[in-house]
Design a protein around this ligand. Structure first.
Ligand code: C2E
Ligand code: CA
Ligand code: CA
Ligand code: CA
Length: 272
């Protein structure tokens, strides 16, 4: 009714109306960004705990729309997922990362594994394996230098299909990491069934190391459990020497965080 229609408006607080408007604007901007390829990548080192050497790099998506400050991928990747843009951009990310890694090798830089975040929609793509195989062939990067970071929530849907896909990727030689570990629903039985190579302890637990008893206990438990299952462990978000020392004592295999380096543009890596 007319009356209801008019009244409905008052259900929205001005801030909600505003946030809907902003969301629509963001969607529109993103659509153009996908078309114009406005995205770029930064790379964050992964450090081998035992040697202190950089043995890997995580590619992280960046977007700085014209006349705007950078927008966080936490904010725009979920929208890309909903609107379908992630499939196109996801392929562009994989290809750019593999091409860049191959170029570094040809420049004579030490070969390190590059890690790509794969979103849910992207992992559900029936042709993901074929696409990755093709990208590796075209860029000439050996599969052993590519790693994929997947979250638990991605893997928990279509478990059987996903296990088969992971096996295929592993057979090719691509490494698999379970990202944001501890924040989802993974049970021990799942961990055993998924053919993964490593787990990545979520930043929120690393953040509370030594200051929060629960976080310290959780990290200790994750490490012990992963070690007994024969999985490698990576800690993300390492910011303090205290956190680094604790993780070193507990034999965490790899570390990543601002203490070592923030994510940086690719040209910063080829010159260091
Ligand atoms: P993530 O995969 O868990 O990435 C780790 C996030 O932690 C990154 O944020 C990284 O910059 C940040 N970080 C690393 N070290 C530290 C530290 O010491 N302290 C703090 N406070 N933060 C640290 P970023 O780049 O903003 O990415 C956020 C999320 O967006 C990622 O979480 C990932 O879920 C998603 N994302 C980023 N790039 C891609 C991509 O290429 N594809 C997909 N599908 N998702 C991506
Ligand atoms: Ca990640
Ligand atoms: Ca993570
Ligand atoms: Ca995360």
């Amino acid at each position: 009714s007319k009356k209801g229609g008019k009244n409905r408006f008052s259900f929205f607080a001005p801030s909600m109306e505003e946030s809907i408007r902003q969301r629509l604007q963001l969607e529109k901007m993103l659509q153009q960004a996908v078309m114009n390829r406005e995205f770029f990548l930064h790379y964050q080192p992964r450090v081998d705990t035992a040697s202190g050497r950089i043995i890997g790099l995580e590619a992280l998506l960046r977007w700085t729309p014209d006349g705007h400050p950078p927008i966080s991928p936490d904010q725009f990747v979920p929208i890309l997922e909903e609107t379908g843009g992630i499939e196109e951009i996801g392929e562009w990310i994989l290809e750019t990362v593999c091409r860049t890694a191959r170029a570094w090798q040809q420049m004579g830089l030490p070969s390190v594994r590059v890690w790509v975040n794969i979103s849910g929609k992207q992992f559900q793509d029936k042709y993901l394996f074929e696409k990755i195989e093709k990208i590796l062939a075209v860029t000439g990067l050996s599969p052993r230098y590519l790693g994929l970071e997947l979250t638990e929530s991605v893997l928990m849907q279509d478990v059987e299909v996903h296990i088969a896909k992971l096996k295929q990727l592993k057979q090719l030689g691509v490494m698999i990491s379970l990202d944001d570990f501890g924040t989802g629903y993974s049970s021990l039985s799942y961990l055993k069934r998924f053919p993964i190579d490593e787990i990545k302890i979520d930043r929120s637990f690393v953040n509370g190391l030594l200051t929060d008893e629960n976080d310290t206990a959780i990290v200790r438990t994750i490490l012990a459990m992963a070690q007994s299952l024969g999985l490698r462990v990576v800690a993300e978000g390492v910011e303090t020497p205290g956190q680094r020392d604790f993780l070193t004592e507990q034999h965490c295999d790899e570390m990543q965080g601002y203490l070592f380096s923030k994510p940086v543009p690719p040209n910063r890596l080829s010159t260091c």
